[in-house]
Design a protein around this ligand. Structure first.
Ligand SMILES: Cc1cc2nc3c(=O)[nH]c(=O)nc-3n(C[C@H](O)[C@H](O)[C@H](O)COP(=O)(O)OP(=O)(O)OC[C@H]3O[C@@H](n4cnc5c(N)ncnc54)[C@H](O)[C@@H]3O)c2cc1C
Length: 603
């Protein structure tokens, strides 16, 4: 398959210009890198995606995952994909060299992941989980845990997972009941309980599974303050290299509507015989540690949604350029005239523009987040808090905008194909099925929205929100100096004011402790914030395109720069105005119905 699934020029434009990576190389941590090297690394990632990921996008879906008596058979090609990814350094790349990594900036590593996600989202899930769980061990685990587990994980030989969810504890992790009983003084525990929906929890391409598991040490306090983190291997490794079964039983695999090549397992720990787990860090700090992986995974899920939407965009764009149907409105009665291509119908163009606006706006936000992650690692101490707070605020938006708007954009892509979009002959139906999970796992949209409005907007007396407002204002100010961008700069300023107005309207409820009214429409607030933030990203992209054009920079063709400006104009005309209606709903006290107060009508 040679079809386009991502635009590398857009990636280069974002990383080279809109969110320039070069200033990162002035920090000690990244001083060994250069822009030439970035190009080589991105080229290598794209080659890997072309050769190993994309060719198996469809076949992995068709093969699916088969469970039989504790064993899980995933698509055969997955083994090669994992091996090739490890060989390229794309599992442990960001870690320190002494842990087997290359100290790669998140911007490069995360962008490589985005390329893999766009090429084959199910396959990338396996390697992404190993990266996140190994990094959790290197951040908080003992040297012994690091030495025992991480090299094999980065080599792609052992699969990492995150084992949080239990039947009664999905969104609410405070209700976890899996128990951990101390065995001796060496940090080992007997783990007993069940974890459900564990991605990549069992398959034939890994010698061992390293489950980063949340459990409650006997006698620990209730709620999140009593949760600890454990490494629970499926097989216990001995110094001589042998492996002994640790009684982690895979009791099933969930058959799903999408991501059908990605195993989703039910794991049982310590049912008949003890399962041994090893404490990571200190007792009762497990959820705090796990938030490192969860925050990374939230950005990764948003990226994956954007990647899936990107694949869908290029599939529908290609179709629209090849499919003749009907005539232009002015030619409707002229039956002797040739049929036109559907891309010439304004309604089809509207759908394609929406897709492009969602995909590239989300890519740009992803790059913004990756850069902030790098600055948190590399910038002087005095600046770190600001980067951290801004990233903390943007993370739920990065998870949610691509997941929610990506669904709409893929649905439009399917619509572009008409009846063919609904058939199994084309890829749109797979993208449509695959993207649906993004708004559910790693915290549903409802939970991300509560986090955004209830926590992140108010964190440190609203400092994170102020940092966002100031960053958006800077772009508005700069864009206002170009006549062509002035109208959109003003429009974004008004949307930002509306968002601030909603917060001001809702805050008194929070202060009075009327939390149900404060947070009832958090998801609508998320929708509004998502549109404002993506509007900001589009203005940044258009501004950069203008500056490049005016300075005679010919790295990209004129048509490329023009398409960025036009897609920005599209976003500001068709998408950003949605914030007007959302503002009205979110500040409408006088209406008779607020969903937070109505219980009895849903009959
Ligand atoms: C394919 C797949 C892969 C997964 N992979 C993993 C994995 O690798 N590791 C892992 O640990 N877990 C994994 N999960 C679990 C996933 O994170 C949970 O399904 C998700 O967090 C939601 O939990 P739940 O399914 O129990 O739904 P619930 O928590 O029961 O939520 C149901 C609905 O109620 C809403 N809701 C719940 N509580 C609130 C609230 N307080 N306020 C407002 N609305 C609320 C939710 O938004 C949702 O709409 C996976 C799930 C799936 C389907």
């Amino acid at each position: 398959m040679s079809r386009q699934y991502i635009c590398m020029d857009t990636i280069r434009f974002l990383m080279g210009k809109v969110h320039p990576i070069a200033p990162l190389f002035t920090y000690d941590r990244y001083a060994d890198f250069s822009e030439d090297e970035v190009d080589l690394l991105l080229g290598a990632a794209k080659d890997l995606a072309d050769q190993h990921y994309f060719p198996h996008f469809k076949s992995m879906d068709e093969h699916g995952v088969v469970y039989d008596n504790g064993e899980v058979t995933t698509p055969p090609e997955l083994g090669d994909i994992i091996r090739a990814t490890a060989e390229g350094g794309w599992i442990g790349g960001t870690d320190k060299p002494e842990n087997g990594g290359m100290n790669l900036p998140e911007m490069i590593f995360g962008t490589a992941q985005l390329i893999f996600q766009a090429a084959n989202n199910s396959a990338q899930g396996y390697v992404g989980l190993t990266t996140g769980s190994a990094r959790l061990i290197t951040s908080f685990g003992s040297q012994e845990l690091i030495d025992t587990y991480v090299p094999k994980m980065y080599a792609g030989q052992w699969q990492g997972t995150m084992a949080l969810t239990e039947p009664q504890a999905g969104s609410s992790l405070s209700d976890i009941v899996t128990s951990a009983t101390p065995v001796g003084q060496d940090g080992s525990y007997h783990i007993k309980g069940q974890k459900i929906f564990i991605s990549a929890g069992q398959h034939q391409h890994s010698e061992n599974f390293v489950h980063l598991t949340l459990a409650r040490i006997d006698g620990a306090p209730a709620g999140t303050k009593g949760i600890s983190l454990f490494v629970v291997p499926k097989f216990l490794p001995s110094p001589d290299g042998s492996l002994t079964y640790n009684h982690v039983f895979c009791a099933g695999d969930y058959q799903k509507m999408g991501q059908r090549g990605y195993a989703t397992t039910h794991l049982v720990f310590g049912e008949d015989q003890p399962t041994v787990g090893f404490l990571v860090g200190e007792p009762n700090k497990g959820l705090r540690y796990m938030f490192q992986m969860m925050n990374e995974a939230r950005i990764a899920v948003g990226q994956t949604a954007a990647g899936v939407a990107s694949g869908a965009y290029y599939a529908s764009l290609q179709y629209a350029k090849e499919r003749p149907q009907g005539r232009a409105l002015e030619q409707k009665k002229n039956l002797g005239s040739e049929q036109t291509l559907i891309i010439n119908h304004p309604d089809v163009r509207r759908m394609l523009f929406t897709q492009k606006a969602v995909v590239e706006g989300s890519f740009s936000l992803a790059m913004e987040c990756l850069k902030l992650s790098d600055l948190i690692h590399a910038a002087p101490e005095s600046e770190k808090e600001d980067h951290f707070l801004l990233l903390d605020l943007l993370t739920p938006i990065m998870k949610t905008y691509p997941a929610e708007m990506g669904q709409k954009s893929v649905s439009m892509g399917l619509q572009v194909l008409g009846g063919y979009g609904f058939t199994m002959d084309f890829d749109l139906q797979q993208y449509y099925r695959d993207i649906r999970i993004m708004a559910i796992y790693e915290g549903t949209t409802g939970i991300q929205s509560l986090d955004l409005l209830g926590r992140k907007m108010t964190i440190k007396n609203g400092k994170a929100a102020q940092l966002l407002m100031a960053a958006v204002q800077r772009t508005i100010h700069e864009a206002s100096t170009y006549d062509e961008l002035k109208p959109q700069a003003q429009q974004l300023g008004k949307a930002l004011e509306r968002m601030g107005g909603v917060v001001q309207h809702l805050m008194p409820y929070a202060m009075r402790g009327e939390l149900t009214t404060f947070l009832a429409d958090a998801t609508l607030f998320m929708e509004m914030a998502g549109h404002v933030v993506i509007g900001w990203q589009w203005l940044k992209m258009a501004l950069q395109a203008k500056q490049d054009q005016l300075s005679g920079n010919d790295q990209f063709a004129d048509a490329f720069y023009e398409s960025k400006v036009q897609t920005m104009q599209f976003f500001f005309r068709y998408e950003l105005p949605k914030t007007v209606g959302l503002h009205r709903t979110l500040t409408a006290d006088s209406l008779p119905l607020t969903i937070g107060q109505v219980e009895s009508a849903l009959i």
